[in-house]
Design a protein around this ligand. Structure first.
Ligand SMILES: Nc1ncnc2c1ncn2[C@@H]1O[C@H](COP(=O)(O)OP(=O)(O)O)[C@@H](O)[C@H]1O
Ligand SMILES: [Mg+2]
Length: 390
């Protein structure tokens, strides 16, 4: 008998079977591609916590561009990404018309492979990101005119941008700004976690701020509402020929807390725990335990690793409570004054790890962060300190 394949994709960076609750963002981006150079959403900056679906959205943008026969360069912003974009332009120039309906031919960049070494040293002009992109786009424009076809653009996606790459980000941004100013047929979508992006947006003492990022269309990805979560759990299961019990689906939606990564983790585990053809409340109860453990390993652990020791202490002080925490309790548990604790509150809100929950109260942003902290960080010591004082 054939073993049925699990319909969910519980891996960071994977495209989910059903991309829930991002229709507006995708539609805006599609409109920008169709509207032509100058539309604001053509330069988009996606921010949000780990597992909220930034990479999945970049993937969706890419497929919308490909549907329109656009060229797509998909990069991660690790060291040397500008060089790699140049290399991608070379490769695409070599691509034959068989693979791409609207091909461009013979990009003007010297063909390194066919030139003698001495000649390269003597004659090859320095290929900059700007010259490579300009050349590529100009060739495509010529081609579009010659074939009398609708203009073919170029989308560059850049995932996991980090302020550690500030220099390259500035170089990249400056080039893109020029291209936009020249009305070139280009679009750029960049993604990163808030902590990595925010320092790039802040203007800092006379240094060149990455203005193009500040002007970009901001897409701040958050949690997904219950209706969309329900659909994202239900459709893939039914498409695979299985069903949810009514209580099972309710329990699963609840367990996801609107968080995209959990939709995949919970969905995947539920499928494994199904009883015959049906996913029951019992399946969900078993699945949730495993899903939460994986979430801890894959998301909470890295989210906490990005923080300072005091940030973590602040979160641990919150985890003592079963619901929102009052700032005065936190100050007491940390044995610190209100101003000091207030600074850390600000930092953690900026990092989108906590949210304000009414006047003087804060709460966790990520589902199950509290449980994770209770299990893995020294919350005990802080709650004992609390008990002693009470
Ligand atoms: N809108 C969504 N609906 C359902 N699942 C999603 C959605 N967005 C992302 N996912 C899934 O959640 C997980 C994390 O998504 P990913 O794009 O890697 O997050 P990020 O890049 O923000 O860390 C992946 O398994 C992905 O398939
Ligand atoms: Mg990602």
């Amino acid at each position: 008998m054939n073993r049925p394949q699990n319909p969910f994709r519980a891996t960071l960076g994977s495209t989910p079977p059903y991309l829930a609750g991002r229709e507006d963002e995708i539609e805006d981006f599609e409109n920008a591609l169709d509207d032509g150079p100058g539309s604001h959403e053509r330069i988009s900056l996606i921010t949000g916590l780990r597992g909220v679906g930034k990479t999945a959205l970049l993937n969706a943008f890419e497929s919308k561009a490909r549907e329109r026969s656009w060229w797509v360069i998909s990069e991660t912003a690790t060291k040397g990404f500008t060089e790699r974009i140049i290399e991608a332009l070379y490769r695409m120039s070599d691509e034959g018309s068989e693979t791409h309906k609207k091909k461009i031919s013979g990009i003007g960049i010297p063909a390194v492979g066919s030139v003698q070494f001495e000649n390269v040293v003597q004659y090859q002009p320095k290929v900059t990101l700007r010259s490579a992109l300009t050349e590529f786009l100009e060739r495509q424009e010529e081609r579009d005119r010659a074939l009398n076809q609708s203009p073919v653009g170029l989308l560059i996606t850049l995932d996991e941008l980090h302020y550690h790459r500030r220099e390259e980000a500035i170089e990249f941004g400056t080039v893109i700004q020029h291209l936009v100013r020249e009305d070139r047929n280009v679009a750029v979508a960049i993604a990163g976690i808030p902590q990595s992006i925010k320092p790039l947006l802040a203007s800092d003492e006379g240094k060149n701020p990455v203005t193009f990022l500040r002007r970009a269309n901001r897409i701040d990805l958050g949690l997904i509402d219950g209706q969309d979560v329900r659909r994202a759990l239900k459709d893939p299961i039914e498409d695979a020929g299985f069903t949810w019990s009514v209580e099972g689906l309710d329990a699963a939606v609840e367990a996801c807390g609107g968080y995209p990564f959990l939709i995949q983790l919970i969905g995947q585990q539920c499928f494994r725990e199904r009883e015959g053809e049906v996913i029951t409340e019992g399946s969900v109860a078993k699945a949730a335990v495993v899903a939460r453990r994986k979430l801890g390993q894959l998301v909470h652990e890295s989210a906490l690793a990005d923080l300072s020791a005091v940030d973590r202490t602040f979160l641990a002080a919150m985890a003592v409570d079963d619901g929102p925490s009052s700032m005065s309790d936190i100050a007491q548990r940390m044995e610190a004054n209100a101003q000091y604790v207030g600074n850390y509150r600000r930092r953690l809100i900026d990092a989108e790890l906590i949210t304000s929950a009414g006047y003087g109260f804060v709460d966790f942003e990520l589902p199950y962060m509290r449980d994770y902290l209770r299990k893995h960080v020294v919350v005990d010591a802080l709650s004992r300190r609390d008990d002693l004082k009470n």
